[in-house]
Design a protein around this ligand. Structure first.
Ligand code: GLA
Length: 458
């Protein structure tokens, strides 16, 4: 199972309206026909926010919405990329010279990340060219991982053109690493679920080593995604990397406080593993070791006994060099408490998920409060939206994905779904700017979908 690559399915393109349309647009764009198609889904994270890059397990499921690419390998060494969405302009480059511009998160750069990841994995210097037409239906900049889905889809397209194979695990690891070329230092949740998802089940994703275990969700509840309509592109600001750096610094200070060799430590999970204590104990240690007043870069340097120069060049990312305050205690408390909530959520789902809906909801509510107060990755619109969702019958509602905008996920008893959707629609989406967001991208129930696939025409 662990060595299996993404499945290949034979399909009658004429029976799949989206594939058929893609094929037609491809023909008018490139004057030829695609050889195959690949898809990689977006995801909704049910619980476990901002902890994957700290080494902790998360609990996402794939959504039905995905990135779909029609691919034709070509003999020239040119990569020609087009998108069915006119907002995203065509792009073309030599397959052997794929520069990724970190200063602008343009759509084609995500494709190049996946492409480059495969190229580097196999150490190839002379890559074949390809014509690609991309069609995505994951709401963009909304915390549902449209960018990672594109990276994964491009990685799978490149692998297929090369006629090579890799396990889903390996693909997830390659794409996680190569997405860092965009400049954000995300964890591996999005890429892992995009490859490892299976229809009908959420997954507990564990890291180092990567593992995915089925989590059976309650059958009498549904998960509803609601878009705050505040766009958040994590590569366009430094919010995301600041949090990654705060967690890294907190890990180093905690390790130093406990007399561990702190300079090799990067993740909060490593401190717990080295000390061999529980998450609850880590919360107590955090309160002893770190103060809640923000740390200045100078104070961090004093605590670690390093210079500002060393802090900047050896620890901080390029886009966090000038950050003036680091809230280390709050961030570490969020991470350790959220990691514990994920384990509780999974345990409840193993025991009797349908009896647990109110308790699962409570964990989601606690997660939101921690994201809002400790991690400060919410925003007023997300807070308002979770309140509305709870008011109209969701026992639990929280921001999902990176935050600072994007979507919420709510657990809703199945029998309340129609009234819930109608009421949330009425209460949140009447405002003119929000009503401009296409309806299918605003508010919808979702079920665990399947992972990345290759389609061949039957
Ligand atoms: C983004 C990152 C993920 C994860 C989430 C927050 O989606 O890509 O790795 O860190 O944010 O949970």
């Amino acid at each position: 199972m662990e060595t299996e690559g993404p499945a290949t399915r034979r399909v009658q393109v004429s029976e799949h309206p989206r594939l058929l349309k893609l094929k037609e647009v491809f023909k008018s764009k490139f004057g030829s026909l695609p050889k195959f198609y690949v898809r990689a889904p977006g995801r909704v994270n049910i619980i476990g926010e901002h902890i994957d890059y700290c080494g902790y397990s998360v609990l996402p499921m794939a959504i039905e919405q995905d990135m779909l690419i029609a691919v034709e390998p070509v003999k020239t060494h040119t990569l020609q990329l087009a998108n069915t969405n006119p907002l995203y302009s065509d792009f073309s480059t030599s397959a052997n010279n794929t520069e990724i511009d970190k200063t602008k998160p343009l759509w084609h750069n995500y494709f190049l990340c996946g492409f480059k990841g495969i190229q580097e994995h196999f150490g190839l210097s002379n890559l074949p060219g390809m014509n690609c037409l991309v069609d995505g239906n994951i709401p963009p900049s909304s915390g549902l991982s449209s960018s990672s889905a594109l990276v994964c889809c491009a990685g799978l397209a490149t692998l297929t053109v090369l006629g090579m194979s890799l396990s889903k695990m390996k693909l997830a690891e390659i794409c996680t690493k190569s997405e860092h070329y965009i400049g954000t230092e995300g964890g591996g949740m999005d890429q892992s679920i995009s490859f490892l998802a299976e229809e009908g089940t959420a997954k507990l994703i564990e890291f180092s080593p990567l593992r995915a275990t089925d989590v059976k969700l309650p059958s009498e509840a549904v998960f509803v995604i609601a878009n705050s309509c505040v766009e958040m592109n994590k590569a366009a600001t430094s919010h995301f990397n600041i949090r990654v750096m705060e967690c890294r610094l907190a890990a180093k200070l905690l390790a130093k406080y406990k007399g561990l060799q702190w300079d090799k430590v990067l993740r909060l999970e490593e401190v717990q593993a080295k000390l061999g204590v529980s998450l609850e104990e880590m919360l107590l240690i955090t309160e002893d070791a770190l103060h809640t007043e923000p740390y200045s870069p100078e104070e961090v340097c004093r605590c670690l006994g390093i210079s500002l120069q060393e802090l900047r060049t050896q620890i901080l990312s390029p886009n966090t060099q000038d950050v003036l305050i680091f809230k280390l205690c709050q961030r570490a408390k969020h991470v350790y408490s959220e990691a514990a909530r994920v384990l509780q959520f999974k345990k409840m789902c193993e025991e009797a998920p349908d009896d647990m809906v109110p308790l699962l909801g409570e964990l989601m509510n606690q997660s939101h409060a921690s994201c809002r107060d400790m991690y400060e990755c919410s925003c007023p619109e997300l807070d308002q939206l979770v309140d509305i969702c709870r008011k109209f019958g969701a026992p639990g509602s929280r921001l999902t994905g990176a935050g600072w905008g994007g979507c919420t996920v709510s657990i809703v008893p199945a029998d309340k779904l129609p009234s819930f959707l109608a009421n949330v629609h009425e209460a949140y989406y009447q405002q003119s700017a929000r009503s401009l967001v296409p309806e299918e991208q605003r508010l919808f129930a979702t079920k665990p979908g399947g992972g990345a696939l290759v389609f061949l025409e039957a």
